[in-house]
Design a protein around this ligand. Structure first.
Ligand code: PLP
Length: 397
């Protein structure tokens, strides 16, 4: 057995796929089309690379490891650039249309035709960093004031990146879920608009726009691949990334779409727990995980609707494998490309390697030498100080 990362045991639940149409019903093809048409027209749009990590694939005994590296997305460091900024633009479109009494287009908001109106519409959100950065960037481009609520553990580097984009950043004492609650409450009191990447009963339009924005990434992947992969490992926070990608893959490849494996930190496994209970379930976060972007105790209702049908397996992962996996990408095997990735980006890859170190788990997940596994490298280096510290650490013996 190879020892690329320390051997570890993962939690695993296999959930039979429930046949249904959530992948089309919740996130329609039209919603994906609209988001793709708009986002690909933004200045600076460039497709991100899908790297084939061949030496790594050989080392862990699979046919292919395909790593979509989102580090360069719009210069913001993560796939989240696609979601929050687009949802901000859609809120402004809806609100300006209401105030004007006619339907304003996304391209008019993009072109700054209603800058005066946008300047009076305050957008707010809670974040662990990446969603807030996307929202702050969108607000800056469209001229709307932005307030971002962060929890106690969000790094100062990530807070600073949002301030640099003009957002007012409010740090609270509690955890991510407490920051979501405060953002909601203050928005209600002040007539501000919440642009969240997670949905709850009665709140669905922005999270749907966020997830349809992620469809740009899925379309780029599908355009790059002649045949579907056998598996996709998707890391979960509230589940928006996983649901958006799973829905896009199902729409493109139908019954040939890859087996969907959800990966979460064992300290914040709300989707795992939802799978166990058969319904969206909130868990208490007792200790923060190093995977800051995945530290969510409450799943997105809409994301769960899709994942309940689309995901076949749910895994939980301890923190210990993350730093070694970041180092493995940065100091790659053979001729594999050098990739600088953040802690949340490598969760899927880390779980894949750990699963290949364990025969029984590999078998349960249907992984073997013929598997072609797609991974979403959801962030690059979003906090240089954290990355440098990880690179300086040595792997535990
Ligand atoms: C880098 C990164 N990866 C994955 C995720 C998970 O996305 P979601 O919360 O939509 O499940 C996040 C969320 O913030 C993130 O920042």
């Amino acid at each position: 057995m190879f020892d690329l990362i320390p051997e570890t045991s993962l939690g695993h639940i296999h959930a039979e796929r429930r046949p249904g149409n959530a992948a089309e019903r919740v996130l329609s093809k039209d919603a994906f089309d609209r988001a793709c048409a708009e986002i690909t027209a933004w200045p600076g749009y460039e497709k991100t690379p899908l790297h084939a990590l061949d030496a790594l694939a050989t080392a862990i005994g699979v046919d292919a490891v395909l790593y979509k590296h989102e580090g360069a997305r719009f210069g913001l460091g993560s796939f989240k650039a696609l979601g929050g900024a687009f949802a901000a633009q859609r809120v402004l479109q809806r609100e300006v249309s209401l105030r004007k009494g006619w339907k304003v287009s996304l391209s008019e908001i993009r072109a700054g035709r209603f800058a005066r109106e946008c300047a009076e519409i305050t957008l707010v959100s809670a974040t662990d960093g990446n969603h807030g950065r996307s929202l702050a960037w969108g607000c800056k481009r469209f001229g709307a004031p932005c307030r971002i609520y962060i929890h106690a553990e969000v790094s100062e580097g990530r807070a600073e990146a949002m301030r640099a984009l003009g957002a007012e950043v409010i740090r609270i004492e509690g955890d991510y879920d407490a920051s979501v609650a405060l953002a909601k409450q203050e928005a209600e009191e002040n007539g501000w608009f919440v642009v969240s990447d997670t949905s709850w009963p009665g709140y669905s339009a922005p999270p749907l726009d966020v997830m349809s924005g992620y469809g740009v990434m899925t379309r780029e992947i599908c355009d790059d691949l002649a045949t579907p992969p056998s598996h996709v490992f998707l890391q979960g926070g509230v589940g928006g990334l996983a649901a958006g990608v799973a829905a896009g893959l199902r729409q493109r490849w139908g019954e040939k779409a890859p087996r969907v494996v959800i990966v979460e930190p064992d300290r914040a496994a709300c989707l795992f727990e939802s799978a166990r209970r058969g319904e969206a379930t909130t868990v208490a976060i007792e200790e923060e995980t190093i995977m800051a972007g995945l530290s969510c105790g409450e799943p997105s209702e809409l994301a769960w609707e899709i994942l309940a049908e689309e995901a076949s397996d749910f895994l939980t992962l301890p923190d210990a494998t993350i730093a070694p996996t970041v180092r493995l990408l940065a100091r790659p095997l053979g001729n594999d490309p050098v990739i600088e990735a953040g802690e949340s980006a490598v969760a899927g890859l880390s779980a894949l390697i750990a699963a290949r170190q364990n025969e029984a788990l590999s078998k349960a997940l249907g992984l073997d030498e013929s598997s072609r596994v797609l991974l979403i490298g959801s962030e690059g280096v979003t906090d240089r100080a954290i990355f440098d510290a990880i690179m300086e650490e040595r792997d535990a013996a």
